[in-house]
Structures are given as structure tokens and as C-alpha cells.
Write a protein that binds this ligand. Structure first.
Ligand code: FE2
Length: 367
């Protein structure tokens, strides 16, 4: 028995300025966007349509509870009927939490993060999400991640009230993404897709979506070079969307679980931290899902999947730091990284049970 559901309405356009007016509801709005939004050139694609809409853009990568609190404090007196979130995963996650805070009239992020997953919530303002990276899939999921860097903790809240109402995909919105961020977010999407496959919660729909996403990344990753063709941005955005639809139903697994201390302790970009372990995890998980693995092999042209993954990861590693030591890790850090790799609700989704010594061996190979 299985089921699949995702309530987010999807729109796709190359002409966002033409589509947007038909999607924005009446009434007071709130714009939550990446820091450079409204700088000359950054938002030319929307050509002034959002002038006059209050803008919060104080979100850095991997938002802290303090930054999300600032966003909530900004939004509460406005009382918006709709929120438009434009940015990467950090911006979208913040917007999701702001919407939930408004829906519950909850003024404090610490109280919000303690909300039970099944606690009922009013709908709140309508939330439209426009991703500007092709990776996080945050516009498709009902969870949010907040990084308590001071205490070395990753906090997350999974609640149906976090689903955006609408996701709008527009490849031109990703044109200005620098190459290192393009690599990192593409690898995040690849990790979402692979983790949806080697997942105890997988179902036939998530498998199809995830396999299609892996294929799109495998075919397009090496075409990420200045200037990136429109077709490549569009294909990678589609990969990110499909991976998002897949892992919205399965959640992630071992690669993400192992990545969290790598990001918290070493500052490794999320997508890179997830990708470092993908080839090793494929080799461990593939024998547990022989039919799926064989189907994916055929979809990738009949080549060995692990070898394709290693080849694509080497391509990225030749262009940006891709080892633990390159991010300052010392052999003495291993014990802590291994201990903090076991996140409940992520590691336990993995098809193969990993022991601390398995994780240690994988991380040692990533040094
Ligand atoms: Fe991710």
C-alpha cells in the first residue's frame, strides 16, 4: 500500500512579469526576498511590479532563529493577506515560518518551532514561492530548517501549514546565480532525488519523479559553465522541481543527515555537504533496491550509476572545494562529526542502516 500527495500548485513561465499579476491576490502583500533584491539589475525581470510592497530582505544563508524572528517582527504589524517569497531555500524557509507565525498569531520563533506536527493551524496569508536557485526544493515541502549556530544545532519544523500555496518556476530568475552556488544547489537537488530513491518512504510516484530528476542533473550538470545556456537552467530547475516533489513525500535520508554537522561545524555549503557522500551511499544502498537501481542505470544510458555520480562529482570538485580538509576539517574532528551525523527522522529513512563506523569510513574517504 502506498500514497502520494503534494498540495502546491505549480506554474512555469519564462515571462514572470506577465504571469505574476494574475497570481497575486488582492489586498496587502509582503515581499520576502534575497538581500540583493531591488538592487539595479537584480529584479529587472519584475520591472517595478512590486514597488510599494513592503520588503524584508535581511536573511542570510542558513537562517538563524534570530533572523527569522526579525522577519516575523517585520511582518506582524503589516498583517499581510499574501506573502511573495523570492529566493533560495533560506528565504523560502523563512517565508514559510513567517506565514505560519501569522496564521497562529505566534510572535516568537522559539514557540513556533515547538509546534506539534499535527497541531491544527488557520490557513494564514497566501504564500507564493519563486525559487531563484535550482536546488533546494523548499517551495515543494512542508518543512523548514533553522540553524542555531551558537549551539551547533539544526532545528526544523514539519507542518502541513508550511506548504506554499503556489510555486512559480521561471528559469530567467536563476540566470544571475553564480557558478559555485549553481553547482551546490544542483547537487542538493541530486541529493534530494537520490535520497528519495534509497528511502524507506519511497513510493512509485516519488521513484519516477526522483529518477527523472537524477537523469536531468546527470545530463546537464557538466553544461554549467559561463555563460549558462537557458536550456540548462530550465532543465536544472525542472530537476529541482521533480526532486522536490519526490522528497516532499519521502523526506531525506543518510546524505542529508551526515551533511548537517558538516554545514554547522565547517560551514560547508549545504548542497556540497550532501553531495560528498552520495557515491558511497549509492554503492551501499543500490543492492537493497536492485530493480530501481537497474531502471536508473538504463535511464542513464546503461552506464554504471556510481561511476556516473563519481564523474559528475569530480567535475564539481575540479571547480570548487569539495573535501572536508578543504573546509578546514582536522582528523580530530571526525568523532564529533560522526556522532552528530545521526539525525532522527532523516538517518532512519535510509534503506540501509548505517553504523557509526560506516559513517566514519565514508567521511574518512571524503577528507
Ligand atoms: Fe537539501
Amino acid at each position: 500500500m502506498w500514497s502520494y500527495a503534494n498540495p502546491v500548485a505549480i506554474h512555469w513561465t519564462d515571462d514572470l512579469a506577465a504571469l505574476l499579476p494574475s497570481l497575486l491576490p488582492q489586498g496587502q502583500g509582503l515581499l520576502i526576498a534575497y538581500p540583493q533584491f531591488r538592487e539595479p539589475g537584480a529584479a529587472g525581470l519584475l520591472s517595478g511590479q512590486l514597488n510599494g510592497v513592503p520588503l524584508f530582505n535581511g536573511i542570510e544563508n542558513n537562517p538563524t532563529p534570530g533572523q527569522v524572528q526579525q522577519a516575523i517582527d517585520f511582518a506582524l504589524p503589516i498583517g499581510p493577506q499574501w506573502i511573495l517569497a523570492i529566493g533560495g531555500g533560506s528565504v523560502l524557509d523563512t517565508a514559510k515560518l513567517v506565514r505560519l507565525a501569522l496564521a497562529r498569531d505566534c510572535r516568537r520563533i522559539d514557540e513556533l518551532l515547538e509546534m506539534a506536527p499535527r497541531e491544527p493551524s488557520a490557513p494564514g496569508p497566501r504564500l507564493l514561492a519563486i525559487p531563484t536557485t535550482h536546488g533546494t526544493g523548499a517551495e515543494m515541502t512542508m518543512w523548514t530548517t533553522v540553524w542555531d549556530k551558537g549551539n551547533g544545532r539544526k532545528l526544523s519544523l514539519s507542518h502541513p501549514g508550511n506548504y506554499p500555496d503556489i510555486a512559480v518556476y521561471s528559469p530567467p530568475m536563476t540566470y544571475s546565480l553564480p557558478l559555485p552556488v549553481s553547482f551546490a544547489t544542483t547537487l542538493d537537488a541530486l541529493a534530494h532525488a537520490l535520497e528519495a530513491l534509497w528511502n524507506r518512504n519511497a513510493n512509485p510516484v516519488s521513484d519516477e519523479l526522483a529518477s527523472a530528476a537524477v537523469r536531468l542533473v546527470a545530463e546537464n550538470l557538466e553544461r554549467l559553465a559561463d555563460p549558462v545556456p537557458h536550456e540548462v537552467r530550465a532543465n536544472l530547475l525542472r530537476a529541482s522541481m521533480l526532486a522536490g516533489l519526490a522528497f516532499s513525500n519521502t523526506k531525506t535520508a543518510a546524505a542529508h543527515s551526515i551533511s548537517y554537522p558538516l554545514t554547522l561545524r565547517l560551514g560547508i555549503p549545504h548542497g556540497i555537504a550532501c553531495a560528498m557522500t552520495l557515491a558511497a551511499l549509492w554503492r551501499m544502498n543500490a543492492p537493497k533496491m536492485p530493480d530501481k537501481a537497474e531502471r536508473l542505470r538504463l535511464q542513464l544510458g546503461g552506464e554504471d550509476v556510481a561511476r556516473i555520480l563519481e564523474c559528475r562529482l569530480r567535475f564539481v570538485a575540479a571547480r570548487m572545494p569539495f573535501t572536508l580538509s578543504a573546509y578546514g576539517a582536522k582528523p580530530d574532528d571526525l568523532a564529533t562529526l560522526v556522532r552528530e551525523s545521526f539525525t532522527k527522522g532523516r538517518m532512519d529513512n535510509n534503506l540501509v542502516d548505517l553504523s557509526p563506523s560506516d559513517v566514519r569510513a565514508i567521511l574518512e574517504a571524503s577528507f
